[in-house]
Design a protein around this ligand. Structure first.
Ligand SMILES: Cc1cc2nc3c(=O)[nH]c(=O)nc-3n(C[C@H](O)[C@H](O)[C@H](O)COP(=O)(O)OP(=O)(O)OC[C@H]3O[C@@H](n4cnc5c(N)ncnc54)[C@H](O)[C@@H]3O)c2cc1C
Length: 257
């Protein structure tokens, strides 16, 4: 059932209840374990429920469940506000936040669920509730890491935003013939300590690529590599930072060495 609004979700849940159908909920469809589909039951698909509303006075942003990060980041880029998101632009808010959600800036700001302020949730009974620190606090706790599809259908997430005026994005791509050497080195150095907290990175071993972002002063990157070239992401130029294979936060991959 492709839902465009809350009423569609509630009607779908009612149909599933009456017909005795098992329900799976899907937003971005990125569950590699297949938790957002089922056989013989109903899939409630929220990929059409996209939207981002900023409340700058309260440093909050309200986001619909099927909002992919290329849209979420695209709405925040250029505002100077930020919420940690992931490396893939087509992953959606609802599944990501319920699994915690690690992104390029998580070493400074935490995982995405740390920034969740409130959820709007349709329970199996058909009741729509708010879950935050004061109301339904145990549900609020469970939704921040309890993984998706277990506690109801998430209809909206509100986040606390942080200020992030600009970031530096970088990536390194190795040649296929260097694969064995690179993977060995990455494994050996994987847990090295001492990197600045403002630096975050993601590895794509399958693509032999390592990409990252740094916010604040560019000089923190200097120890990371001679000849490192990086791009400043101007907060005032949102188009340069959206889309592309790296999702919204980073500019397109740059060859560095
Ligand atoms: C290419 C790729 C890149 C990724 N990059 C990162 C990354 O950088 N950082 C990171 O932390 N993770 C990353 N992930 C993992 C990703 O965050 C999880 O797979 C996440 O659950 C996907 O959410 P989704 O909404 O896109 O997927 P879905 O498959 O739609 O949902 C995932 C789970 O959440 C449930 N769910 C979805 N929507 C709702 C809803 N509205 N209400 C209740 N339950 C719901 C589903 O039932 C399912 O259990 C990546 C995954 C892929 C495939």
């Amino acid at each position: 059932m492709y839902c465009a609004c809350e009423t569609d979700v509630l009607v779908s849940m009612g149909v599933a209840r009456d017909a005795g159908l098992a329900v799976s909920v899907r937003s971005g469809g990125h569950s590699t374990a297949g938790y957002s589909v089922n056989s013989g039951g109903m899939v409630i698909d929220l990929s059409e429920m996209k939207g981002v509303v900023l409340d700058e006075d309260r440093a909050l942003v309200h986001v619909l469940p099927g909002t992919p990060f290329e849209v979420f980041n695209g709405a925040l880029n250029g505002t100077g506000w930020h919420v940690p998101t992931g490396a893939c632009g087509s992953v959606c808010v609802a599944g990501f936040v319920q699994g915690g959600g690690y992104g390029y800036t998580s070493r400074t700001y935490g995982i995405q669920s740390d920034k969740a302020a409130a959820f709007r949730v349709a329970l199996a009974s058909g009741t729509v509730v708010t879950a935050n620190e004061r109301a339904n606090a145990d549900l609020f706790w469970a939704l921040r890491g309890g993984t998706g599809g277990n506690f109801g259908v998430v209809l909206q997430v509100s986040y606390h935003m942080v200020r992030l005026p600009s970031v530096w994005g970088w990536s390194i791509t190795w040649q296929a013939e260097q694969a064995a050497q690179v993977l060995e080195l990455l494994q050996k150095d994987y847990t090295r300590q001492g990197a600045p907290r403002t630096a975050g990175l993601h590895d794509e071993p399958g693509l032999l690529q390592r990409a990252g972002g740094v916010h604040g002063a560019r000089h923190v990157l200097r120890p990371a590599g001679r000849g490192l070239r990086c791009h400043r992401t101007p907060a005032a130029n949102p188009r340069r930072t959206t889309g592309g294979g790296q999702g919204g936060l980073l500019p397109r991959a740059e060859q560095l060495f």
